[in-house]
Design a protein. Structure first.
Length: 122
């Protein structure tokens, strides 16, 4: 598709939205249904282990140690937890073997107003 055509269509949609007088709800208040769990937990026999999974080097992190941020993340990812690195505390939303999986969760959390990012951990 011609990039100018795409730009024109996007501008037309935006302009019509603005003219309609519609009020958007702040992103931070969008409801979130819990998504599939298991980003941070594994089961070994009768024990459930919480933490970064071995071999899953791409981590979705939200820099914060506040309980409010953790609660907001847990609305979407129930097994999220707060941890620390050399750079400071963060909410660990999930770990993945590929960057694409981590970026997908990060984008999802950012769309809900959370300052999510993907970090590569060796």
């Amino acid at each position: 598709m011609n990039r100018f055509l795409a730009l024109g269509v996007g501008s037309w949609i935006t302009w019509n939205f603005l003219l309609s007088g519609a009020q958007a709800q702040p992103i931070s208040y969008l409801p979130c249904q819990p998504i599939v769990t298991g980003f941070n937990t594994t089961q070994q026999g009768d024990v459930i282990v919480l933490g970064q999974r071995s071999g899953y080097s791409y981590v979705v992190a939200i820099p914060s140690q506040s309980r409010a941020t953790l609660d907001a993340v847990r609305q979407c990812v129930p097994d999220a937890f707060i941890t620390r690195s050399k750079l400071g505390p963060y909410v660990h939303a999930g770990s993945f073997p590929t960057r694409a999986g981590a970026e997908s969760l990060s984008w999802f959390l950012r769309s809900r107003g959370l300052d999510s990012r993907v970090v590569y951990v060796r």
